[in-house]
Design a protein around this ligand. Sequence first.
Ligand SMILES: NC(=O)c1ccc[n+]([C@@H]2O[C@H](COP(=O)([O-])OP(=O)(O)OC[C@H]3O[C@@H](n4cnc5c(N)ncnc54)[C@H](OP(=O)(O)O)[C@@H]3O)[C@@H](O)[C@H]2O)c1
Length: 301
Amino acid sequence: MKAVRFSRFGGPEVLELVDLPDPHPGPGQVRIAVRAAGVNASDWKKRQGLMDEELPQTLGYEAAGVVDEVGPGTHDVAVGDRVFGFSTDGAAQAESAVLSHYAPIPSSLDFAGAAALPSAVETATRALDQLGVGSGTVLINGASGSVGSAAVQLAVARGARVIGTASPANHEYLRSLGAEPVAYGEGLVERVRAIAPEGVDSALDVAGSGVLPQLIGLAGGPEHVVTIADFDGAREHGVTFSRGDTGRALHALSEIGVLIDSGRFSLPVGQTFPLAEVAEAHRVGEEGRVRGKLVLVVDPV
Ligand SMILES: NC(=O)c1ccc[n+]([C@@H]2O[C@H](COP(=O)([O-])OP(=O)(O)OC[C@H]3O[C@@H](n4cnc5c(N)ncnc54)[C@H](OP(=O)(O)O)[C@@H]3O)[C@@H](O)[C@H]2O)c1
């Protein structure tokens, strides 16, 4: 099978499509013929050597496709089913992938729309769980991106009042998701206080833009703040840095279908690329100008 891999760290040009042996599912796992795989910011951080030291590395946490092999003891899914989920080994950007955690693709979604879901939905759910978001007011910094817009909609579904930061061009989009938009940058605290004079009950930093002290002030203490993108700031200010490798909110995968089918959740796909054009997907992603998920698509053989 063809798979995305890099054997040295560097720019998008180090990405190559190589032939690797077909993977096989272990107990409780499935193999899918991949039809679409999500691209994430961590992909270019890995490619630049900012996350793991070993080489070569494959890429891809999330994919959607058609089950073509079922592992021992896997009874909840059959060959031919359309599923989306998490790769066991970070190798989902390939023609074939083994998924350890998966759910049926909601009937209204195509493969690209389903491949966009796992990372954003799991991350947003995990962070909201850690903050205990329910019926109070939550501030989401970086609300218009993939994780941010997932977090907005999930918090709204939990009954929260949501205030979200975004650039002005995305304020109408945030309103459409059910959030009250404010601009990020100088004067953020005053703008939030103008619509929430008592501050907020909790704050989620998705952007990692160096505003943890302001979020702590608005939420009334570091214990009410979680960041997914500001590792150093979290350590400095006593804030929880939420990371998937210390426990994923996997319940999110099976729960999201209900919200999607009832029209209460959607995650836009910003742009799709053939698997062979993964380098271009990285260039577009690193420029940060496309709203919505970037997704690699694989034609059925
Ligand atoms: N820890 C984890 O488990 C985990 C998991 C997944 C992702 N992440 C991290 O989370 C971050 C976001 O990922 P994503 O996929 O949601 O990215 P994304 O879709 O590219 O969204 C990034 C958003 O950041 C916003 N932004 C840019 N500058 C900002 C600022 N100064 N203040 C507030 N918002 C700002 C942009 O909003 P505008 O366009 O409106 O300016 C953009 O929509 C990445 O750093 C990623 O690595 C962490």
